[in-house]
Design a protein. Structure first.
Length: 483
């Protein structure tokens, strides 16, 4: 492994090199008494650096909005300042996020790194000195390292799922994936004098929470990251806002790719977080002080409920039956049921494909243009059932949570406002982008239904009029066609 001595850093020293407040060129760390975001970030960088120096592994688990990417880039920049030829690998979920990392690195160097030292920042235009290489296949990554083509290498987590060519996929796919991953790691280490990368940064590290899974990605990751004296990297910086995504043991699983067995053995997740992690919550700046989210949010927990909606309860019961009869769903696999209850966006929606969205309910990552929630295993079945439901009832099937949320967001009357306008404005926090799209669709449909009633009743029509029924049937047909 590289023999560079990282030593220790204090926030004050970090702020001599990096300005964490872009709008204040004279900013320096003000001490622990400061509660500003800039102070929290510089403290984070120093803490992560010291964790990496001491343990070789650090888990940056700050809440969303705390600047995890920014802090990781600061660690990489300080590494290049200490060792200009250091090799850094960033592994992110997909190509768009890799492009985001490259943009953020350029902005970080231009606006935040103080000195034009010709090592990180040039004096001509304040631009980036280290060379960035984007490699979408692990073979390409190994080739780029062998040619000494860059300082920062960007690749995707998906690359771990593409190690076996289509024509070679058979019953031995896992063994072949492991062998190819090991071969790639050996190529990289050999090109780097058997030392490996100086630093690997894993963005969205919770993708590695399924340590004991049987997917190609899990097995390839074990071989690619290596163990003991043959690890892929000297230091590993892991980023995730959800270190315990579904279970506290997720923390153990994530760290197990980068720590030895004896370092993890019989240690509780809380102990591991204390040893290797950094977890802080965002505070919003007010007029006179900073506030935690608990102080400015009026959070309402929405239970799953089908009461007084027998048709919705019947739909869900039929869905569960079809899981068994059509998809061979068993009690041993709760992912589909969990997905439906927690916000499965596929019922009745023929969603467009996106490279940005990853179905975290799946055990593995598919092709990048198939990462949408609409590509889950029960999508076709749910789409078919929900289209039949819409044809019968003229509306989407109720979701055990979404339906109640939509009701909360709808005004009692569109044209009579007995209360202030802001009373009908709602700020909704969701975990996934597809949830935004689904809620938008459902709320728009609900508003359309309210307005439609106003329109046809203004024409003297009632709900059971043939014209109204024809309109509802047309809406159902358009719904089935994805309109």
């Amino acid at each position: 492994m590289p023999q560079t001595d990282w030593g220790g850093l204090l926030p004050q020293k970090v702020s001599d090199w990096i300005n964490f407040d872009r709008d204040n060129v004279d900013w320096h760390y003000e001490g622990k008494e400061s509660t500003s975001m800039a102070s929290r970030q510089v403290e984070g960088v120093a803490y992560l650096w010291n964790l990496l120096s001491t343990h070789n592994v650090a888990l940056q688990a700050d809440e969303v909005g705390m600047g995890k990417t920014f802090q990781a880039l600061a660690v990489a920049a300080l590494l290049w300042k200490m060792k200009p030829d250091a090799k850094v690998l960033v592994m992110a979920p997909n190509r768009d996020i890799c492009a985001y990392w490259e943009r953020e690195l350029n902005a970080f160097v231009h606006f935040h790194f103080r000195e034009a030292d010709h090592c990180i920042k040039n004096s001509v235009d304040g631009g980036l000195v280290p060379v960035v290489q984007k490699c979408w296949r692990l073979d390409d990554l190994a080739a780029a390292v062998e040619s000494n083509a860059g300082h920062l290498y960007l690749t995707t987590i998906y690359s771990l799922s593409g190690l076996v060519p289509q024509e070679e996929k058979d019953n031995n796919i896992i063994a072949k994936a492991r062998a190819n991953a090991k071969k790639t790691r050996n190529r990289i280490r050999h090109a780097l004098d058997e030392d490996g990368f100086d630093l690997v940064i894993i963005d969205e590290a919770h993708y590695f929470r399924n340590k004991n899974g049987k997917s190609q990605r899990v097995n390839a990751a074990e071989e690619f990251f290596g163990s003991g004296a043959t690890r892929l990297a000297d230091k590993s910086l892991l980023l995730t806002a959800t270190p315990s995504h579904t279970h506290l043991n997720d923390i153990n699983n994530i760290l197990s790719y980068f720590l030895e067995v004896e370092e993890l053995e019989k240690k509780a997740p809380e102990v591991l977080m204390q040893s290797y992690g950094l977890r802080r919550f965002r505070r919003m700046k007010g007029i006179d002080r900073y506030h935690s989210k608990r102080e400015y949010r009026n959070e309402k927990a929405i239970p799953c409920d089908f009461s007084e909606r027998p048709e919705s309860e019947m739909f869900f019961a039929l869905y569960q039956k079809k899981l068994v009869t059509e998809l061979k769903f068993t009690r041993d696999n709760k992912s589909l049921l969990y997905g439906f209850l927690e916000g499965f966006e596929s019922p009745g929606r023929r969603l467009g494909q996106s490279d940005n969205l990853v179905n975290e309910q799946e055990d593995d990552i598919g092709e990048e243009n198939q990462k949408d929630f609409s590509k889950a295993r029960d999508t076709k079945m749910l789409t078919r059932l929900s289209e039949q439901y819409f044809t019968s009832y003229g509306r989407s099937p109720d979701h055990p949570k979404y339906g109640q949320l939509v009701d909360m967001c709808l005004p009692n009357n569109l044209f009579i406002a007995p209360r202030d306008l802001h009373e009908d404005k709602h700020l909704v926090f969701v975990r996934r982008i597809p949830s935004v799209r689904e809620l938008t669709q459902r709320i728009n449909e609900a508003y359309d239904a309210i307005l439609a009633v106003k329109i046809y009743r203004a024409w003297g029509l009632e709900d059971n009029d043939s014209v109204v029924k024809k309109w509802r049937a047309t809406s159902a047909e358009n719904h089935g066609n994805g309109a």
